[in-house]
Design a protein around this ligand. Structure first.
Ligand code: ADP
Ligand code: MG
Length: 359
C-alpha cells in the first residue's frame, strides 16, 4: 500500500491572468487510508479527484504516489481504479465482461482473468451474477459491479466520486459500509468524494473539509466534529451553534469566555494563543446544551420553534437575539416557553480560526 502526496496541488480553469484558483491543497493521504474530500457542491472535489486520476492537468503542484511523481503520467499508467456517480458501465455487456474490461486492456487472459473476476465479484457480494446483463440489475447492484471493475486490477489507488448519490437513502446507508469493507479487504489507498457529511463521518479514516478553494481542516471524523478548525467546519458538520464570545482568561487547553450573560469554560487548541479581551467564536453542539431550571441556567432564552424527532426534540431558542439549536430528550417543551440552558464545563470549543483572526 502507498501514500498519496498532493504537494501544493492547484487548478485554475480558464486562462484569465490573475484568476483565482478553483482549489489549492497540501494533503498527504496515508497508505491504506480511506480518505474523503468533503465539501459543498462546486468547491472543487471532483477537480481534485480528476487531477489524482490524471483526467485533469494541474495548474501548479505535484501528485506523488508512494515515491513516484505521477503528475505528468497519463491516467492509464497510474494504476488507479475509479468509480463514478453514474456507474459508467457498458450496458450491452454482461456483468463479468464489464468487470473483466481493465484486465483485457492489461492483456490478462484465460483462467487468470476468470479467477480475478470471480474474486472481485465475490468481494462485492455478487458471486454468481457474472452472466447477468447490466440492465437486469438494480442501481445498488450496478454500483457494486462498478466497484468490482475498479478493484479487479488490484489498484494501488482507488478513487470514488459520489458513488452513492444516485441511490435512495436506505440503500446508501447499507452500501457505504460495504464500500469501506471492500476497500480494506482490497488493501488499497482510497480517496472518496462526497458532499454528504454524514456519509463522510461514517466511512472515513480522515476527512478534508473543502470550501473557498482550500482545505479548512484535514482530520479524523471525531476531531472534525468536536474540534472544528473554522466556523465553516462547525456549521457544515452536523448542526452547530457558532456564537460570539469575549475571552476573560486562558489556561493551557481551556479558556473562560463570556457568552451573553454567561461565563463558559470551553476547550481550545493548545497551540493557538488567545488573550483576555479578545473577541472569538465558540462552537456549541446542540447536544451539549441542557434544558434546566432558571436557577441552574448559564443562558436564558425563549423557544421559538420545535422539531419533534422521536426520542429527542430539536429546539430553536432565541438567546439574547441569536438563534441557538438545542437537542433535548424533554420532548414536551413547547414553543413560546422561556427556558434556562446549562453548558457542561469543557463542552464548548473555541474555534481556532477566530483566535488567529483568519477570515
Ligand atoms: P465539486 O465536485 O466539488 O462539485 P467541481 O470540481 O466539479 O466541484 O467544480 C469546481 C468548480 O470548477 C466549479 O465552479 C465548476 O464550475 C468549475 N469547473 C469544473 N470543471 C470545469 C471545466 N472543465 N472548465 C471550467 N470550469 C470547471
Ligand atoms: Mg463533483
Amino acid at each position: 500500500m502507498i501514500p498519496i502526496h498532493l504537494d501544493g496541488l492547484s487548478k485554475t480553469y480558464g486562462e484569465q491572468p490573475g484568476a483565482a484558483p478553483t482549489v489549492t491543497v497540501d494533503i498527504t493521504v496515508q497508505a491504506g487510508e480511506f480518505f474523503t474530500l468533503l465539501g459543498p457542491s462546486g468547491c472543487g472535489k471532483s477537480t481534485l479527484l480528476r487531477m489524482i486520476a490524471g483526467f485533469v492537468s494541474p495548474t501548479e503542484g505535484a501528485i506523488v504516489f508512494g515515491d513516484q511523481d505521477v503528475t505528468r503520467l497519463p491516467a492509464h499508467k497510474r494504476g488507479i481504479g475509479m468509480v463514478f456517480q453514474n456507474y459508467a458501465l457498458f450496458p450491452h455487456m454482461s456483468v463479468a465482461d464489464n468487470v473483466a474490461y481493465g484486465l483485457k486492456l492489461r492483456r490478462v487472459g484465460g483462467s487468470e482473468r476468470k479467477a480475478k473476476v470471480d474474486k472481485a465479484l465475490q468481494r462485492v457480494g455478487l458471486s454468481g451474477y457474472g452472466d447477468r446483463r447490466i440492465d437486469q440489475l438494480s442501481g445498488g447492484q450496478q454500483q457494486r459491479v462498478a466497484l468490482a471493475r475498479a478493484i479487479v486490477i488490484e489498484p494501488e489507488v482507488l478513487l470514488l466520486d459520489e458513488p452513492l448519490s444516485n441511490l435512495d437513502a436506505k440503500l446508501r446507508e447499507e452500501t457505504r459500509m460495504q464500500i469501506r469493507e471492500v476497500q480494506k479487504a482490497a488493501a488499497t489507498t482510497a480517496v472518496y468524494v462526497t458532499h454528504d457529511q454524514a456519509e463522510a463521518m461514517a466511512m472515513s479514516d480522515r476527512i478534508a473539509v473543502l470550501a473557498d478553494g482550500r482545505a479548512h481542516q484535514v482530520d479524523t471524523p471525531r476531531r472534525i466534529y468536536s474540534e472544528p478548525a473554522t466556523a465553516f467546519v462547525a456549521r457544515f458538520i452536523g448542526r452547530s451553534n457558532v456564537v460570539p464570545g469575549l475571552v476573560r482568561d486562558a489556561a493551557s487547553d481551556t479558556a473562560t469566555v463570556r457568552v451573553g450573560d454567561a461565563e463558559l469554560t470551553v476547550r481550545r487548541h493548545p497551540e493557538v494563543p488567545v488573550a483576555a479581551g479578545q473577541h472569538v467564536e465558540v462552537s456549541l453542539r446542540p447536544e451539549v446544551l441542557r434544558v434546566v431550571g432558571e436557577a441552574d441556567a448559564a443562558l436564558h432564552g425563549i423557544v421559538t420553534a420545535k422539531e419533534y424527532l422521536g426520542a429527542t426534540a430539536m429546539l430553536e431558542v432565541d438567546v439574547a437575539g441569536s438563534s441557538v439549536a438545542v437537542s433535548t430528550p424533554d420532548i414536551d417543551v413547547e414553543a413560546g416557553t422561556r427556558i434556562g440552558l446549562a453548558v457542561d464545563r469543557r463542552a464548548g470549543w473555541l474555534i481556532p480560526e477566530s483566535a488567529t483572526g483568519r477570515a
